[in-house]
Design a protein around this ligand. Structure first.
Ligand code: SF4
Ligand code: WCC
Ligand code: FE2
Length: 624
């Protein structure tokens, strides 16, 4: 076995990997080792299972087959595989968005009392923005009209998707020129499945352009709808402080973790843990109270809006259970390792699944819908209290002390902090105090040392006076290192540091969950509009240093297709095709004004980002 320091930079992670070994619990790292060496054909994108004349694979060294049974070459196979990957990511985000549209619809029709509109002002603002009549209408009527309008974004009934008005005119021209304006979320995802069936789209460039289009249907469509409706239903985030790392678990409390993505479930669990009757029951069972903490993106949703602490990110999900202190992990969908059921089985813990779309063999299924959510959440908390009585305190080990973080930076909150408009941010950028902005987002991946690339890239960026925006699992990577507090301004370059100290904000702003990358792309649109330029002219960049998921591939592609240079810490499975690789790392510059780069070293990645920022600043007539 490798030394513990090889796995993670976090002391809480290392302590729990050690405990997992002692307790005989298998983790993600053990299974990665068992899989190695992983398939080289698949890694390069050169294997195809799209029909049963196959499976086929192309020899990357040129000695074996150059074509699949149908005649598809390396370029077509790689492009098709990548296209399906992007489609799956868009489907995940957007189907999550659909659940929020259905919830808003149910609220509007009076079909649920469990949910309601918490931010009516935002509801009215968004409805007006997308062209609906709001004057003189009551909240339910506006909600009904907005839900109907968003339903149409999933199909292809109207000419244009609701939020394309947020896209700067110059960017819209680029999309029109290359035929990549998204038309409808479901339509563009389905079309990729169609195109990648045997014998349909057999040109790598054509496939990649459609992948770009469907990613835009996610970024400016499904994800954006998920973000905006979550704010309307659960409140628009505002700055607050909270805590992070496994130390947020409490040895004397009933501990419940929420994991997955949608606030529809986690918000109901939050309401239930605050129920005085249930708290009394927990006390009667011998606990000091009920403690709720988050994992992954639904954790981010509760953190952003409610200040609920974060126990960890993707690679911490198994390890959180290894503490022996977790009664129940409530999950909905996405990024939930099926191994959690096995890990829970080694302790007294239970995995509770809640979505009809996401069953896990061996888990306890408590299905949530719009009409029963509050009641089901109470049942889950009761199960957790019952489990507490089965906990073996002798096996409990909660490592470390929680670290303080600042959260809640929605675009609304950022503009408020700046005094109402993007003007002061633009002034700071023009003056070179803030040289640019970098979104550092995405996951963990056991192929790289946990949190190392995420947190070190952030350090390198802020040193260079680049404001950093984080979402998803990077939030926890940054938070545990103290980078989400105003005191981290001391680690920033002199310009950024001064701005942060004047405003009392951290140099790294937490903007939410993965679907909330839509906030960042919207902010880019606002900055570009304020300057009268395209997004690709801005001194901005994005990075996903430790990404693992199909969703992250989709986010990366919509960032690039929106004009944002994007650095990936691990290569996507496209290297088997020179044509697709060349397009990704250079050819796209001439199409959408941005490319991907692949760089796993955080210092080198920061240098690539810095070079982009310099070039863009120079082109805008600013000091580099
Ligand atoms: Fe092989 Fe072509 Fe079928 Fe893919 S689509 S499995 S390359 S025959
Ligand atoms: Ni978003 Fe990546 Fe976390 Fe899952 S929760 S692991 S996609 S960053
Ligand atoms: Fe996520």
């Amino acid at each position: 076995k490798k030394d513990l320091t090889a796995y993670s930079i976090c002391s809480d992670a290392r302590a729990m990997i050690k405990k997992a070994r002692e307790d005989g619990v298998e983790t993600v790292w053990d299974r990665l080792e068992e899989q190695e060496p992983q398939c080289g054909f698949c890694e390069l994108g050169l294997s195809c299972r799209n029909c049963i004349m196959g499976p086929c694979r192309i020899d990357p060294f040129g000695n074996g087959p150059k074509r699949g049974v149908c005649g598809a070459d390396a370029d077509v196979i790689v492009a098709r595989n990548f296209g399906r990957m992007v489609a799956a990511g868009a489907a995940a985000h957007s189907d999550h968005g659909r659940d929020l549209v259905e919830t808003l619809h149910a609220v509007a029709q009076g079909q649920t009392t469990d949910y309601g509109v918490r931010d009516e002002a935002k509801l009215r603002r968004i409805a007006a923005e997308v062209g609906l009549e709001v004057e003189g209408k009551d909240v339910k009527a506006v909600a009904a009209a907005l839900a109907d309008q968003f339903y149409e974004d999933y199909g292809f009934k109207r000419g244009s998707m609701s939020f394309l008005g947020r896209v700067p005119a110059k960017r819209q021209e680029v999309w029109k020129k290359f035929g990549i304006t998204p038309r409808g979320i479901d339509r563009d995802v389905v079309e990729m499945m169609h195109r990648t069936h045997m014998g349909v789209d057999n040109d790598a460039v054509s496939l990649c352009l459609h992948a770009a289009r469907l990613s835009l249907a996610d970024g400016w469509g499904g994800s954006m709808i998920a973000t905006e409706l979550s704010d309307i239903l659960f409140g628009t985030p505002a700055p607050a402080t909270a805590k992070v790392n496994l130390g947020v678990l409490k040895a004397d409390h009933v501990n419940i973790l929420v994991h997955g993505h949608s606030p529809i479930v986690s918000e109901m669990i939050l309401a239930a843990v605050r129920d005085p009757g249930l708290i009394a029951k927990a006390k009667a069972a011998g606990a000091a109270g009920i403690n709720l903490a988050g994992l992954c993106c639904t954790g981010n949703e509760l953190l952003m809006r409610q200040g609920i602490p974060m126990a960890g990110n993707h690679l911490m999900t198994e390890l959180a259970i290894v503490t022996g202190a977790v009664e129940v992990v409530v999950v909905d969908y996405q990024c939930i390792m099926p191994s959690l059921v096995t890990v829970a089985g080694c302790y007294h813990s239970r995995i509770v699944t809640t979505s009809p779309k996401a069953h896990f063999t061996g888990a306890t299924h408590v299905e949530f819908d719009m009409h029963n959510a509050r009641q089901k959440a109470i049942e889950v908390v009761e199960l957790a209290i019952e489990r507490f009585t089965a906990r073996d305190q002798g096996r409990v080990d909660i490592p470390g002390e929680p670290v303080d973080i600042m959260t809640g930076f929605s675009n609304e909150a950022i503009l408020t902090a700046l005094g109402g408009s993007a003007g002061p941010l633009l002034d700071a950028i023009k003056a070179g105090q803030i040289r640019g902005a970098v979104a550092v987002v995405g996951c963990n991946n056991p192929k790289v040392k946990h949190d190392y690339q995420n947190s070190n890239l952030i350090r390198e960026c802020i040193k260079r006076d680049l404001l950093v925006l984080v979402t998803g699992c990077v939030t926890v990577s940054a938070g545990k290192q103290g980078l989400l507090m105003p005191s981290a301004a001391d680690l920033a370059g002199p310009g950024l540091s001064a701005v942060c100290k004047a405003l009392g904000i951290p140099p790294v702003l937490h903007m939410g969950s993965c679907v909330d990358n839509s906030r960042i792309i919207q902010l880019c649109g606002m900055l570009a509009n304020a300057l009268g330029v395209d997004i690709s002219d801005l001194p901005v960049a994005a990075a996903a240093p430790e990404w693992y998921s199909e969703k992250a591939a989709t986010i990366g592609l919509y960032a690039v297709a929106s004009g944002v240079f994007t650095v990936l810490g691990l290569a996507p499975p496209i290297l088997g095709s020179k044509a697709v690789t060349d397009l990704a790392v250079s050819g796209l510059e001439g199409v959408v004004g941005a490319t991907f780069a692949v760089e796993g070293d955080p210092v080198k990645a920061a240098e690539l980002i810095d070079a982009r920022v310099r070039a863009k600043r120079k082109a805008l007539g600013l000091t580099p």
